[in-house]
Ligand binder design. Structure first.
Ligand code: FES
Ligand code: FES
Length: 158
């Protein structure tokens, strides 16, 4: 099978890789670049669990080919904060207990980051619209909405 040479910038680091034409971005991130925050749920583009940012826009990495990401900037949860310097979303999700099993949360935080980058002062309804793309079987969503709104408040106060 022909191999393609692709260049990706992932969390600020340049990578040049040879990939098969059918290789999915989620597999490149998890298995080749060891970025384990990216989780797989449905594998069909329906649950949002595998969401990462491509040039700042949320995409489902389970239905995106790595070749489609050639020359693009990919951001995952690892790229927005670190243990000693977490992003406000990482702080508020923890402090407001917006997670239970946590499996869906990296994808939700990435989508929330994209929302807050575009709209620093979203309404609760706008956050709920963003969450319509994400399935969480544990939390009931209420605290997730609170965590996103509180992170927005923190970011606006900086
Ligand atoms: S695992 Fe990608 S959308 Fe569900
Ligand atoms: S916290 Fe468990 S699926 Fe969302």
């Amino acid at each position: 099978m022909p191999r393609l040479r692709v260049r990706l910038r992932v969390n600020g680091v340049e990578h040049e890789l040879e990939v098969g034409g059918g290789e999915r971005l989620i597999d490149t991130l998890r298995n080749r670049l060891n970025i384990k925050s990216v989780k797989e749920g449905c594998s069909t583009g329906d649950c949002g669990t595998c969401t990462v940012l491509m040039d700042g826009e949320p995409i489902n990495s389970c239905i995106t080919l790595t070749a489609q990401a050639n020359g693009r900037e990919i951001t995952t949860l690892e790229g927005i904060g670190r243990p000693g310097d977490p992003h406000p979303l990482q702080i508020t999700f923890a402090e407001l207990a917006a997670t239970q099993c946590g499996y869906c949360i990296p994808g939700i935080i990435m989508a929330a980051k994209s929302l807050l980058d575009r709209n620093p002062n979203p309404s609760g309804e706008e956050v709920r619209w963003m969450l319509a793309e994400h399935l969480c079987r544990c939390t009931g969503y209420g605290r997730i909405v609170e965590a996103v709104l509180e992170a927005a408040r923190i970011l606006r106060s900086r």
